[in-house]
Each structure stands twice: as structure tokens, then as C-alpha cells.
Design a protein around this ligand. Structure first.
Ligand code: GLU
Length: 358
């Protein structure tokens, strides 16, 4: 049985085809969370459904202006969503809390730690946090790809043992679900890297993300040492069954990798927030990904971008122009330029402050 779980529930699970909140389903999910909560399992709920719930409440949303539409629907719908949860939890004698976050909250280490502290204090007081993106104020460029990404970052930040992604499909399939010969993949290990080979980029009706983002987020989160399960939230008892690790539930499980130190977890979320770049050669890339803990030496760097200072986060780009990781600069750009030809000079990024994407 898992002792701590981040659960993400998608809009498609929470809403009926007529766009109203599916109270029966929300009630069943809340009952399951209550059952687990009473067994002492710490649960963090990341729930979508604000926009979908607002859609059932506002008559003529401004369709031509998607930003305003989203702001309107989410701010109306979020109250309904959370008050629905609150009254259902109350019937079980459980208190819940609303935490709305934006991607910016993951930006600085200070802000990240504030958020972590908020969730920790709620859990210590046996309160179930219900998190959603603050859709009313987050604007397109700085938005999470979807709540799968947000919940993956939360699971990693809070280091929950497991992360469940509940949508309206059973998991990841070898092709288009329903096509002849297509099967549900039961387990994906860290070494299976290219999920796009069997996931179609098709999106579901109401949610923002698709299976491809779910897979990518699942891989990144599993690489941080968290067991990830993608399952069908409309299945009876799915949450309890997954929490008890019953193998009979149809779903896809991502095998967890070795847990990472806290500072690397934060660095893993910071890729979008830094402009400094170092480009490295093929040899350096191979060395970084080798089994041995390797720091990034100046010798492996082909070019640098930006006037970074000591302590700044650098995006590490490989010889094929792919972003492969994030590292903290041990010294500034000027020093790096001065010693560029010196193969013995101390590494620009020490291994302890280097995060590589899986
Ligand atoms: N935050 C959005 C909502 O509550 C959902 C985002 C998503 O689809 O992942 O409506």
C-alpha cells in the first residue's frame, strides 16, 4: 500500500457529456479518497474541471477571445468545483483546502519552498489539499501544459510515493485504442524513451493535455523516483485498487527510478525559467549520461549564451540542439571565457547541481 499519493483527476472524468459536473462520479472519487485518508495515507488532489464546470454555468462565454473565456469560466467554475468537493469531504468528517498555483510559483527556489511549506502544513493537519492552476490569472505563455504537468511537479516537490493520473482511458496503448491488435502497455521502464512511437497526439474532449503529455510527464516524474500510474478514473474503485497496488486494475505503470536530492528536483522544474545556455559536444553529452557521476567541464563546451553569474541556472544543449538538462553555474561567464581552453579548470557545473532529463 502506498503511504503518500498525488492524484490528478482530469476534466473528462469529472464532467458528463452535457458539460455539467458529474456529481455521482465526484462523490465516488471522494469516497475513495476518504477511505484512503482514514487509513493514514497522505493524499494531494490535483483537480481539473474549473473551466468545464464554468461552461455549464455561463450562458454566452466570449468564444472569440479564448483568454477571457478561460478567465471567466474558470473563476466561476472553480468555486462550484471546490465547494462540491468540500461538502462531499465534510460528510466524511474531512477538511479540504484550495490551493491555486501558477507556473511562476515554481520559478525561484524561495517561492517553491513557500509552496512546499503550505502543502506540508496542510498534510500535517490531516487536510486534503485540492490544487488547480490559477486559470483566472495565468496567461498563455506562462501556463502549465496541463494539470498533468502541474501534478507531476507537485508529486516531485512533495516526494509522494506515487502519482496517479486519472483520465477517461485505461492507460497508454501500443497504438490507437480500439484498433485491431492494439494492446494496453502495462509497464514502462525508464529505458523506454520514445513514447511518441505509439501514442497519437489526439486530445480528449475537455482537458488541455493529451496522452503524449501524460506519457512525458509520467516518465519525468518516474525518473525522480515516484511510481506513476495512468488509469481510468471512471472505473469503479480505481483509486483504492491502485493505492493497494492491485495488479488486476487495467492501467499503465511507470517504474520509478532512483530518488533524487531535493535541489535537483527543483532544478528539474526550472528549465522554462532561464535563458542562459551552454552548448556541449558529443563527448561531453556521452560523459554526462554515463553511469559515473560526471560534472560538466569547460572542455566539453562549444559555445555559451548570456552573461550568467555564479549560481545562475544554465540550460544544457547537446550537439543535436536538444535541451538535455539544467545545471547551476559554479562561476560567472567571464571566468568561463577566461579558462575555456584550460582542460583542468574546475567544472562549470558540478554533478551535485546538475539535472539531466531522462
Ligand atoms: N485547470 C484547468 C481546469 O481546471 C484544466 C487544465 C487541464 O485540462 O489539465 O479547468
Amino acid at each position: 500500500m502506498y503511504k503518500s499519493i498525488t492524484v490528478k483527476i482530469g476534466s473528462n472524468v469529472l464532467t458528463r457529456p452535457d458539460r455539467q459536473l458529474d456529481l455521482e462520479r465526484i462523490s465516488h472519487l471522494t469516497d475513495q479518497i476518504a477511505t484512503l485518508h482514514k487509513k493514514g495515507i497522505k493524499i494531494i488532489l490535483v483537480s481539473s474541471g474549473a473551466v468545464a464546470s464554468g461552461r455549464g454555468m455561463v450562458a454566452n462565454p466570449p468564444k472569440k477571445d479564448p483568454v477571457s473565456e478561460r478567465q471567466l469560466l474558470s473563476s466561476v467554475g472553480q468555486i462550484k468545483l471546490v465547494s462540491t468537493y468540500a461538502s462531499l469531504f465534510e460528510a466524511h468528517g474531512i477538511t479540504c483546502a484550495q490551493v491555486l498555483v501558477t507556473k511562476e510559483d515554481f520559478r525561484t527556489r524561495e517561492h517553491y519552498l513557500n509552496m512546499k511549506n503550505c502543502l506540508s502544513v496542510l498534510l500535517e493537519h490531516n487536510i486534503v489539499p485540492i490544487i488547480n492552476e490559477n486559470d483566472a490569472v495565468s496567461v498563455t505563455a506562462l501556463m502549465f501544459t496541463d494539470n498533468d504537468e502541474l501534478a507531476g511537479l507537485v508529486a516531485t516537490m512533495m516526494n509522494t510515493e506515487a502519482y496517479f493520473i486519472l483520465s477517461n482511458v485505461d492507460g497508454i496503448y501500443t497504438g490507437n485504442p480500439g484498433d485491431k491488435g492494439v494492446k494496453l502497455i502495462e509497464e514502462i521502464s525508464g529505458t523506454t524513451t520514445d513514447l511518441s512511437a505509439f501514442i497519437t497526439a489526439k486530445k480528449s474532449n475537455f482537458g488541455r493535455g493529451g496522452m503524449l503529455t501524460k506519457g512525458r510527464v509520467a516518465q519525468n516524474t518516474a525518473a525522480a523516483g515516484i511510481a506513476v500510474h495512468i488509469a481510468n478514473g471512471t472505473q469503479q474503485n480505481v483509486l483504492v485498487d491502485l493505492a493497494y497496488q492491485k495488479t488486476s486494475v487495467a492501467h499503465t505503470r511507470f517504474v520509478p527510478g532512483t530518488p533524487r536530492p531535493a535541489v535537483k528536483k527543483w532544478m528539474a522544474c526550472s528549465a522554462d525559467f532561464t535563458n542562459w545556455e551552454v552548448h556541449i559536444n558529443k563527448g561531453a553529452r556521452e560523459a554526462l549520461y554515463s553511469k559515473k557521476a560526471t560534472s560538466l567541464l569547460l572542455a566539453g563546451i562549444t559555445s555559451m549564451r548570456g552573461d550568467f553569474k555564479k549560481g545562475d541556472l544554465l540550460r544544457i544543449i547537446d550537439h543535436e540542439k536538444r535541451l538535455i538538462g539544467i545545471g547551476k553555474a559554479q562561476y560567472d561567464r567571464q571566468k568561463a571565457d577566461e579558462h575555456l581552453k584550460d582542460p583542468k579548470y574546475k567544472p562549470l557545473v558540478h554533478y551535485d547541481y546538475l539535472y539531466l532529463f531522462p
